[in-house]
Design a protein around this ligand. Structure first.
Ligand code: AKB
Length: 319
């Protein structure tokens, strides 16, 4: 067991709720402080309510538990963010800077800050998008992540704060639901299949996007955070590749196991966001610096998603 006290901000979210449990296994149940702006009825462990826009609230918890690592996962995502651009910028930036400032002025030694494929825009190559491609994000969420990456690098260069970051693709897991993203369809579609409902997809059938299975996303985060400091050469954020597919490809993979499953396409404003994002990611730097290697592909993920969701909904849809 590693003797650190870890604070997770945004622990009720899609990634946070799964990561909190994994971190408990590594650091011990009492050394993981899960927090969110709302309480959790399901988390088994230490939980605190924190509004991360309030720097004092973060500081109090960091001091109370002598926290020395923070995973800052709270943010308004791409699609939801476009409904209220100024509020999204304000919240995402304020929370992130509060976390960096509290870390700089306290005993926090390491910070995890998630970035996203949303940092890329139409000036980056759509296929095999390189680590150092030009960043011209088209959403406020993407703008806040691109700015956050630069702030992460600034805090490292200027204050020596060990901030580490990954540009996540869309994350797909059976344990939790995403909220407000453009890649959310790739989780929702599995729930519809298992509930034997027709799925209405908000992206067009050919829209290919980079995605990752939850287990790989969690493992990548932990591997990055555990890598020796000298290996971390990218101090903005690492590209992370895993799989890429379109709605029609995921639907046909599901149909191999649920032959009656049907999808209709009702494209909305999220299409415009997806069209500017990479279709596939070059993650050579992550592979080289901290040995990143994904384990799951679309086929394996689909089998697991359907099996686990069948258990959850207590249904039998699989062939
Ligand atoms: C979103 O769709 O906004 C997120 C992301 C790719 O960062 N899932």
């Amino acid at each position: 067991m590693i003797n650190d006290t870890v604070l997770i901000i945004g622990a009720n979210g899609q990634l946070g709720s799964v990561l909190s449990k994994e971190l408990q296994k590594i650091h011990g149940k009492d050394n993981v402080i899960a927090s969110d702006v709302y309480s959790s009825s399901t988390f088994d462990g230490v939980f605190e309510i924190i509004d991360a826009t309030d720097i004092k609230a973060i500081e109090n918890i960091v001091n109370k538990y002598a926290v020395n690592q923070i995973y800052h996962l709270a943010a308004i995502l791409s699609a939801k963010g476009e409904k209220n651009p100024l509020r999204t910028w304000d919240l995402n930036m304020k929370m992130m800077l509060n976390v960096f400032e509290v870390s700089r002025t306290s005993n926090v030694k390491k910070v995890f800050f998630p970035s996203s494929i949303a940092v890329f825009g139409d000036k980056a190559p759509l296929e095999n998008t390189p680590q150092s491609a030009f960043l011209n994000p088209a959403t406020v969420y993407g703008m806040s992540k691109a700015a956050g990456e630069n702030w992460a690098q600034y805090y490292f260069n200027k204050y020596g704060l060990d901030v580490r970051s990954i540009r996540y693709p869309g994350i797909i897991g059976y344990q939790s639901m995403p909220g407000g993203g453009t890649t959310d369809y790739a989780v929702d579609i599995y729930h519809s299949a298992v509930k034997q409902e027709k799925y209405s997809c908000f992206l067009n059938p050919e829209t290919k996007l980079p995605m990752i299975f939850m287990d790989d996303a969690i493992r990548s985060t932990i591997e990055l955070m555990q890598a020796p400091k000298k290996n971390i050469k990218t101090r903005t954020s690492y590209n992370l590749g895993s799989m890429s597919f379109s709605p029609i490809e995921i639907a046909s993979e599901i149909q191999k196991l649920c032959p009656n499953f049907k999808v209709e396409y009702n494209v909305d404003f999220r299409q415009e966001i997806a069209d500017k994002w990479p279709k596939s990611i070059n993650d050579d730097e992550a592979r080289k610096d901290w040995n990143w290697k994904p384990k799951y592909d679309l086929k394996l993920m689909t089998v697991l998603m359907l099996e686990k969701l069948e258990e959850k909904y207590n249904t039998t849809t699989l062939k």
